[in-house]
Design a protein around this ligand. Structure first.
Ligand SMILES: [Zn+2]
Length: 455
């Protein structure tokens, strides 16, 4: 446990200086010393056709937890074989493992009062559906009770509830139409799904959905494999503006009116200047109080003030490329882009009361400036763009010209790998009443690096 934790720290440092010993926050010393009772587990023998993902779903645990419990690395997934025995952690009873179920035909689904069913065509993604009906992806995710795994598991034939439409509004996409919205690509030697996502400007989730790939399939991507790249074909011919949904175009118009969305705005926010109009647009004067952990199952790998000379006024949260990065609190997207050096694809959200949060190193951003987002809204896909040594989110909480340690504000608490740390919890709702013990400091230049200019 401690060894792998240190390893993660080594890989995931996001500035140039190797991190020193983790801060006390990052050291779950009490947990280690107490040596708690061993976690229960059952053993599952892999049968023909079962993927790690099927097993994880059946037992209600994450694929990562199974990998960890069996001391497997993601690359080992492709070597799993029939008859192999896997330890399933935290589970006391055996479960029936079936292959990803065949989709239920619409006729057999319960009638809807608040919307209608749209059946996914081959190659069609949740993003396409949102765009077709001018809904946000979040609305669809919420109405269909999808978690991150659920989104990735969407397959052609699956019925999606689209709220606020009637049966006669349902547009059945012809496979040919969907097909025309992308291109076929042959995987080259050493090419990963992440390379393709970046090269074609699509998300990893979209690639997975469009090609019916499970996380195991992604790990086993091989040279010569043919993949469908949704939207990939017309990239050069269409401007970015053309690919936006009507909802996003309206948001961008709002952003222009409010003066949001530019590189200058990003830099202004990093200097701590929040225009009162942005705060009003975000929802008023009362601070959100607490923060949502931005990456479900994401692991806390590096804390506030953990860098050289207590540098790094942020927390780093590790996860897999393609995991959702979610808004820590409600607000308005003030910046979404990659123009600030070092941070790669980055999102800045202004919250009520003037909190600003940052989500950096994403593989792709889903939101545009001017979008109002609820707590938990999907902003981006986790990645490793900019100055980054591995997939993670660099998360900052800024207020009044300072960076604040967000650790005690997270609900649920900070996850140290698979455990919740027993740390103090704070709530901060009134601007002038910062909780005692919540640390904030002025952002300053990195002692050595000319690249890491803003931490
Ligand atoms: Zn960082």
């Amino acid at each position: 446990m401690r060894r792998s934790f240190a390893l993660a720290l080594g890989i995931l440092a996001c500035d140039e200086a190797p991190p020193p010993a983790p801060p006390e926050l990052a050291e779950p010393a009490a947990d280690v010393a107490a040596e708690p009772a061993p976690e229960p587990f059952v053993e599952h023998t892999l049968e023909r056709g079962q993927t790690l993902w099927d097993v994880a779903r059946a037992y209600g645990v994450t694929t990562e937890a199974i990998l960890e419990a069996n001391e497997l690395r993601p690359r080992d997934v492709r070597r799993l074989s029939v008859g192999q025995v896997l330890k399933i952690p935290g589970v006391t009873e055996r479960a029936e493992v079936t292959r990803a179920a065949e989709p239920v035909p619409v006729e057999e689904l319960p009638p809807l009062e608040d919307g209608a069913y749209h059946v996914l065509a081959p190659g069609e993604t949740l993003w396409d559906v949102a765009s077709t009906y001018d809904k946000s992806v979040d609305e669809l995710i919420e109405r269909n009770a999808l978690d991150d795994d659920g989104v990735r598991a969407l397959r052609p034939g699956r019925a999606i509830v689209v709220p606020g439409i009637r049966d006669r509004d349902v547009r059945r996409a012809e496979p040919a139409q969907v097909e025309s919205r992308g291109i076929r690509h042959t995987v080259a030697r050493g090419e990963t799904i992440w390379d393709l996502a970046r090269a074609f400007g699509v998300s990893v989730s979209q690639l997975m959905a469009a090609n019916s790939l499970s996380p195991d399939d992604v790990a086993a991507l091989r040279e010569g494999q043919r993949l469908f790249i949704p939207g990939g074909g017309d990239r050069s011919r269409r401007s970015r503006e053309d690919r936006l949904t009507p909802r996003q175009r309206r948001a961008l118009a709002d952003a222009r009116r409010l003066g949001l969305g530019t590189k200058e705005v990003a830099q202004q926010l990093l200097r701590g200047q929040v225009d009162p109009r942005w705060m009003r647009a975000a929802g008023g004067n009362r601070l959100p109080g607490t923060l949502r952990w931005p990456v479900s199952n994401g692991r806390f790998v590096r804390g506030y003030g953990s860098g050289e000379g207590s540098y790094h006024l942020a927390v780093d949260i590790a996860g897999d490329i393609g995991w959702n990065v979610r808004a820590a609190a409600p607000g308005i997207v003030a910046y979404s882009g990659d123009e600030v050096p070092g941070y790669g694809f980055m999102v800045l959200v202004v919250h009520p009361g003037g909190w600003v949060t940052m989500y950096a190193h994403n593989s792709i951003n889903f939101v545009v400036a001017g979008e109002r987002v609820p707590r938990g809204a999907v902003l981006a896909e986790l990645g490793s763009t900019g100055i980054s040594r591995g997939p993670h989110v660099h998360f900052e909480l800024m207020f009044g010209g300072e960076n604040c340690d967000p650790a005690t504000l997270f609900r649920p608490g900070v996850r140290h790998r698979s455990r919740l740390a027993r740390i103090e919890q704070h709530e901060w709702t009134v601007r002038d009443e910062r909780p005692e013990g919540l640390q904030c400091d002025r952002r300053r230049r990195h002692p050595r690096s000319r690249w890491v200019i803003h931490e």
